[in-house]
Write a protein of this length. Structure first.
Length: 219
């Protein structure tokens, strides 16, 4: 399974009579999901999956989640490098229940802000204190993502970096954060950090990049 599939919507279609496969796949695309699965109509789903660049995958089972625990589950699964496979029940007329719509909207709100970092996060050797944890971009290892819970402390400490970062910012609203670095220890000041209704926020740590070493060319 592609590790960039942080979320897989597992559509339950066997009891549905009127199914708009284009609508289902478009729903996944619109909320930042990169893969779907289904227990029925796999052949019919292939055309809209190609249309919206969504992968159709085969999975064993999924989780029944709700608005109350969806973001916490997404984050905890990603912390250990797992995808969140979410069962999506489809009504007999092809629609979603009010509870499912609410959960999908919650996912959409989260992914609209954090989707890129979230999909490409992978465990790494760096550590951070408190209830936070730090992951790495699997395609650009010079980017790290610190996941911090709501009501976070004024400062957090990251250990394991070998160079001082170039920039640190809250992904939401791109709020820059001040920091200090000494002997592999990074202290990040969160006093000006963005606060929101999300139970988890993500901080981007931009380390030294290969392109930073490119010297100016004069003709």
């Amino acid at each position: 399974m592609n590790p960039d599939f942080a979320i897989i919507l597992n559509f339950k279609l066997k009891n549905a009579q009127e199914i708009d496969t284009d609508f289902l796949v478009k729903t996944a695309r619109n909320i930042g999901v990169r893969a779907i699965a289904a227990d029925h109509l796999e052949n019919e789903l292939q055309i809209p999956c190609a249309k919206y660049s969504i992968n159709l995958v085969t999975i064993a089972t999924g989780e029944d989640l709700a608005t109350t625990n969806i973001i916490e589950t997404l984050v905890q699964n990603r912390k250990v490098g797992k995808a969140s496979i979410i069962n999506i029940a489809v009504n007999s007329d092809g629609s979603f229940s009010a509870a499912t719509k609410e959960m999908l909207e919650q996912i959409n709100s989260w992914m609209h802000i954090f989707g890129h970092a979230f999909n490409e996060s992978t465990p790494c050797n760096l550590t951070v204190d408190g209830n936070s944890f730090i992951l790495q971009n699997r395609h650009m290892p010079y980017q790290n993502y610190i996941y911090v819970q709501k009501s976070f402390p004024q400062k957090i400490k990251v250990n394991g970096l070998t160079q001082e970062p170039n920039r640190i910012e809250m992904i939401e609203n791109r709020t820059p954060l001040t920091f200090s670095y000494q002997n592999g220890s990074l202290i990040i000041n969160l006093e000006t950090a963005t606060n929101s209704n999300f139970p988890w926020q993500i901080i981007r740590v931009q380390q030294h990049r290969p392109e930073d070493d490119i010297k100016e060319t004069k003709f």
